[in-house]
Design a protein around this ligand. Structure first.
Ligand code: NAD
Ligand code: IPM
Ligand code: MN
Length: 374
């Protein structure tokens, strides 16, 4: 049988709780499809900061062993990083989120795919009206290794008379930069995806203000000329934030830069009913990484109540994009659908009409999904 090495990164907060469910599902499907998924846990985020600090070595949110293990594996499954323990805002403090940004950069994961998948059973879990949600089926393609996140950050002690406006105190800046090449590869991916879907690309930018966006728009239009079968719509990001709530069914493929994509995807998750439903795939030219779109949810960590479905649907994306196991992926998606159709919920997707005995904890939801795999 085939063996795949999966580097698993539990991270912080609800991370260890939800990744256990992702592994359960992988193990069940491995058995069924005669594939051995060898999962090996490694440190990232706050957990890595604490461990490296305790070891007395250099403090790091992405220890070199973790990066090596990730590179040596066929895929990476990440849960989440961050938490109140590590929110030191002082200059030079190591933060958990740096570990995540570093692994994305090091693995060359320039594209983050966030499918906004609607489950009929959850339509009433959304804060939006049923009519607004009818026909929603969109994917967000977020640029992942450029823009403000990687343009260079600077914070210095102010010198009187220095910095913007000659102000006293500290001075900080984050640079928003893109090369044409970085834009081209994600927008092109979006057009290829649209071609296999409903043939519409919304390119979201702020071209009325930003030079990076004006370049983004030009690149998008040049690519559009090569795809006569795909319709390109330009949309300003502020309008897009509104349109996602007003008329989300108009979107097919929404492609945008890093920061805009981060914000719009959390917003779009509420179409599905919960941020706990939004999976993602971080793709590049080598080993890919699969991660829920949400964070470590410190407010519910350790209680065993987090929704593991975003993590489990990230496993589904792994099966498709890293292993070409489309049948297994379809089967997993069907199992999740069945469990939701049967009325099983975690707290975040339950409502007043959900009977108490249908509300499951994290592990019980994982078990239900495995059970539904048959
Ligand atoms: P968050 O996504 O962790 O949580 C936002 C809200 O959604 C919270 O109320 C939380 O309880 C809820 N939520 C999130 N996932 C859920 C799930 N699976 N089931 C049920 N409810 C869920 O965002 P935050 O609170 O702004 O950030 C917390 C920490 O997570 C921060 O340190 C942040 O930097 C980090 N973060 C990490 C990632 C990542 O690792 N990919 C992503 C986003 C935020
Ligand atoms: C996400 C997260 C990360 C991001 C943070 C934790 C660095 O919010 O994956 O959406 O902004 O990319
Ligand atoms: Mn985010």
């Amino acid at each position: 049988s085939t063996t795949y090495r999966v580097c698993t990164l539990p991270g912080d907060g609800i991370g260890p709780e939800i990744i256990a469910e992702g592994k359960k599902v992988l193990a069940a499907l491995g058995e069924k499809y005669d594939v051995e998924f060898v999962c090996e846990d490694h440190l990232i985020g706050g957990a890595a900061i604490d461990a490296t600090e305790a070891a007395g070595g250099p403090v790091s949110a992405l220890p070199p062993e973790t990066l090596e293990a990730a590179k040596a594996s066929e895929a990476v499954l990440l849960a989440a990083v961050g938490g109140p323990k590590w929110t030191d805002t002082r200059m030079g403090a190591v933060r958990p989120e740096q570990g995540l940004l570093a692994i994305r950069k090091e693995l060359g994961l320039y594209l983050n795919l966030r499918p906004v998948r609607m489950f009929d059973a959850l339509i009433d879990a959304s804060t939006l009206k049923r009519e607004v949600l009818t026909g929603v089926d969109l994917i967000i393609v977020r640029e992942l290794t450029g823009g403000l996140y990687f343009g260079g950050h600077e914070r210095t002690m102010g010198v009187e008379g220095a910095g913007v406006g000659g102000t006293r105190g500290e001075y900080a800046r984050d640079i928003l930069e893109y090369s044409e090449y970085e834009v081209d590869r994600v927008v092109r991916w979006a057009f290829d995806a649209a071609r296999r879907r409903r043939g519409v690309v919304h390119s979201v930018d702020k071209a009325n203000v930003l030079d990076t966006s004006r370049m983004w728009r030009e690149v998008a239009h040049n690519i559009a000329a090569e795809y006569p079968d795909v319709r390109l719509e330009d949309m300003y990001v502020d309008n897009a934030a509104m349109q996602l709530i007003a008329n989300p069914a108009q979107f097919d493929v929404l492609v945008t830069e890093n920061t805009f994509g981060d914000i719009l995807s959390d917003e779009a998750s509420m179409l599905t009913g919960s941020l706990g439903m939004l999976a993602s795939a971080s793709l590049g030219d080598g080993t890919a990484l699969y991660e829920p779109s949400h964070g470590s949810a410190p407010d519910i960590a350790g209680q065993g109540i987090a929704n593991p479905i975003a993590q489990i649907l990230s496993v589904e994306l792994m099966l498709r994009y890293s292993f070409g196991m489309d049948d297994a992926a379809d089967e997993l998606a069907a199992a999740v659908t069945r469990v939701l159709d049967e009325g099983w919920r975690t707290g975040d997707i339950a409502d007043e009409s959900t009977p108490a005995e249908k509300v499951l904890g994290t592990a019980a939801m994982g078990d239900k999904i495995v059970e539904a795999l048959g």
